[in-house]
Design a protein around this ligand. Sequence first.
Ligand code: 9YT
Length: 130
Amino acid sequence: MIVRHVNEVIGTEHEIVTENWTSRRVLLAGDGMGFSFHETVIAPGTETHIHYQNHLEAVWCIEGDGEIETIADGEKYALGPGVVYALDQHDEHWLRGGRQPLRVICVFNPPLTGREVHDESGVYPLEAAH
Ligand code: 9YT
């Protein structure tokens, strides 16, 4: 069994800090679960273009606020505690931080290896170097 605390990830190579978000990747491909499991905090007032062409992602919002806009149809959805969204169609979207930091728990399939950051098209490569 694997038992970890998010504090073990903070400050390590498995905490990815960007201008728009911080991702603490607690379970990764190397753990052999078939998915990766992260805590992500979206910074207030930010806007990130995301298009996970190689991955499925489900997101559970825990605290804070924000918004997601699907680019194909321009639909906007308010994000806050209890909202869950799943990018089952590899949906290209804008992810926007609100007034407060938006803390979410995310699952990726296939699992991330640890160091992925969006490229200029909002994509994570299928396999990133460790
Ligand atoms: C919700 C979302 O996709 N945020 C971007 C970062 C991502 N969750 C990650 O790499 O953990």
